[in-house]
Design a protein around this ligand. Structure first.
Ligand SMILES: [Zn+2]
Length: 296
């Protein structure tokens, strides 16, 4: 099926304009899938892409400058001229559902999500539920196939009502909104969207940005979405502005709040932009936090 291919692709590219401008042209990354258990559930981190943002003061550490950002990177033993980011999604299987949290950039920008999903033994038409943290291109781009059709034809798409309103208000998202509209089921903040998946309002990055807390028995994992982008800089200096946040003050506040909570509860965290597989724990350190990746 081809459905208004050009407007859809043009819209996707525009949606991602800030993302794409902020990095070197993303090259294809080999697909990858890393599975682990959370209570009765089987979780799998899925790689869509890897990319790199130059440390030039335009994205990270807005207002503090590249030298200060370089100091933080150096202290973590990382290269100081660039910030490495993943683009990942999370697959959750159990209780009769096949659930996908965000959908990556999609095939129009070399996203490998569907190939990673295949590594986990899942076909797109088996996905029953998709949970969108927010409507930026690197999270919703994968909702469309390369030829402009629905990528997950049998899935209900869950998105906060505020985010869906935000997305519908963007002219450049019009074609994608038309494509996915019949599948979208918006929800109120704080609800248990499906049994074991609770929506957590983390506004600021976008007007309806939402994290998801996944629970099975006593086990908990929080998908923090884009509350933090760099596993180094965003954690060490959560109060520094990032250009990706639409409302920077609200973004700072919700970032610090969720990191504080994750450090206190010590539950598992999935962060789609941390180095693949993006699963670990948050620990308090100094004026900020540090990422403790888990070996899966
Ligand atoms: Zn993102």
């Amino acid at each position: 099926m081809t459905r208004s291919l050009s407007p859809l692709l043009a819209g996707l590219m525009l949606l991602g304009a800030a993302f794409v401008q902020a990095q070197a042209a993303p090259a294809p990354t080999p697909p990858a899938a890393e599975s682990f258990r959370l209570g009765r559930l089987r979780l799998t981190a899925l790689r869509d892409l890897q990319n790199v943002v130059p440390n030039d003061g335009a994205v990270f550490g807005v207002g503090v400058g590249p030298a200060a950002v370089a100091q933080v990177l150096a202290a973590a033993g990382a290269p100081t001229d660039r910030i490495a980011l993943g683009v990942d999604a999370l697959l959750v299987r159990g209780d009769g559902r096949v659930m996908l949290f965000d959908t990556g950039l999609g095939p129009t920008v070399n996203g490998q999500l569907v190939a990673s999903l295949a590594l986990a033994g899942v076909k797109p038409d088996q996905v029953t539920d998709i949970f969108i943290t927010h409507s930026h291109f690197d999270h919703v781009g994968g909702l469309a196939t390369g030829d402009g059709a629905l990528a997950f034809p049998h899935a209900v798409i869950h998105m906060s009502n505020r985010e869906w309103a935000f997305m519908r208000g963007q002219a450049r998202a019009k074609a994608l909104v038309a494509l996915i509209g019949p599948q979208v089921r918006p929800f109120e903040p704080g609800v248990e969207v499906v049994p074991g998946v609770r929506a957590v309002a983390l506004y600021g990055h976008t007007p309806g940005h939402t994290g998801y807390e996944i629970a099975s028995g006593k086990a908990r994992l929080m998908d923090i979405g884009d509350s933090a982008h760099s596993a180094i800089v965003s954690l060490a200096r959560p109060d520094w502005d990032i250009s990706y946040d639409q409302d920077r003050a609200a973004g700072r506040a919700s970032r610090r709040a969720v990191l504080l909570r994750m450090a206190a509860t010590h539950e598992w965290v999935f962060a789609p932009h941390f180095p693949f597989p993006g699963v670990g724990h948050i620990e308090a350190k100094g004026q900020g936090f540090v990422w403790a990746p888990d070996k899966l």
